[in-house]
Write a protein that binds this ligand. Sequence first.
Ligand code: WQD
Length: 341
Amino acid sequence: MRVLVSGGAGYIGSHTVLALIEAGHSVVVVDDFSNSKPTVVARLESLSGQHIPVHAFDLADIDKTTQLFSIEEIDAVIHFAGFKAVGESVSKPLEYYQNNLGSTFSLLHAMRRHEVKKLVFSSSATVYGDNAPVPYPEDYEHLAAASPYGRTKVMIEHVLSDVAHATPGQRIALLRYFNPVGAHPSGEIGEDPQGIPNNLMPFVAQVAIGRREKLEVFGGDYPTADGTCERDYIHVQDLAAGHVAALEHLDTMSEPVRAFNLGTGTGTSVMELFRAFEKAVGRELPYEVVGRRPGDLPAYWADPSRARDELGWTATRTIEDMCADTWRWQSANPQGFPDGS
Ligand code: WQD
């Protein structure tokens, strides 16, 4: 299939572009490069050995988006593009709603105009909110996120569900990611957060490379085995494979829309991840246990059985793989991707 990947120069988007090409699909990328660099595409072309058409504009522009579907023959869409910093969304809610929902509406209009009916959406475990039973099950009804960012994901899931039910033949998969980490084993692409990383793994990687002084562990007094929060970390390569599996499942999906957890089903604590990263680097790294970060939940992970049973997909990579691949990427690219085109 010829797949339009929105946000294809981003962390998960770029790894999924490679996986799609390796699975025999062709890819068109649209990205406004507001949170990614054009040099990512050059790396992807080098890794895939293929030219990857790129269109650089804001997807919220309905005219440009509809025109894109006239220029490029598109069979399906994987929609990653969106703002995704939880903390930032609290101080900039309007920008998050405008961008994340606006880009989705624009895509849906263009898809309807050009009768493109297959869509895979980048959702998040954050839609489960604070009260879902662990492991999180997809059929949990009371979706309610705790941040404007998370609420954009809940709203978009509802929009996509309503549109899918109203459009004969439409098939939409909602992929709820847990904690994506790791990098392509080549070390050529990986997570490259702009500014101070919000997330654990890139922050630890920057401590190891010498860009950050030490890891601050946000809370050591949680009701968990070692007192630090537990999360379901999933290797970005497994995540990318999950997108290919979901895309290829759409034709046989009986419902118009269906959510799938992409996780390992296993919780790992902050300190367990930190110790695994020290092993990957081969030396101790500096850290300090400090106060809790507001809004953090003690422990949650996925029930991954639906993706296993219906997509034939299971995460296979270990925490050690996640740390080794992250370290290979970070040590080969201490400052992340280079600037330039
Ligand atoms: C993991 C654990 C922190 C940084 C977030 C979003 C979620 C999704 C994934 C988009 C927590 C601890 C972190 C640090 C630390 N993003 N930590 N020191 O919060 O589970 O999920 O990213 O969909 O929506 O909420 O991930 O990596 O920020 O934190 O101790 O410097 O690491 O307290 O326990 P989180 P995270």
